[in-house]
Design a protein around this ligand. Structure first.
Ligand SMILES: [Zn+2]
Ligand SMILES: [Zn+2]
Length: 81
């Protein structure tokens, strides 16, 4: 387990991970692009982009929320600067 040292993650019982590739935030920005919750809430930006391209859709397959990239919120703002 990688200690990422971000306090918000400690609020959760388990470290969030990408539902597509099952890697944690160490593999990229984790987003919560739709209304799915819990272990299904988080995806990497790159994984989601890849999935959207492969599936030719803009909707979450589980909750059918429109995962338009312009609506994505970055879950962890600690990276990129
Ligand atoms: Zn991923
Ligand atoms: Zn969803």
């Amino acid at each position: 387990m990688v200690d990422i040292g971000v306090s918000v993650f400690s609020l959760n019982a388990e470290e969030p991970f990408c539902r597509i590739c099952h890697e944690g935030s160490g593999a990229g920005d984790l987003l919560s692009p739709c209304e799915c919750a819990g272990s299904l809430a988080m995806v990497h930006r790159v994984c989601l982009e890849r999935w959207l391209t492969a599936s030719s859709t803009s909707y979450c397959e589980l909750c059918h929320f429109d995962v338009n990239p312009s609506q994505w919120a970055v879950f962890c703002g600690c990276s990129g600067s």
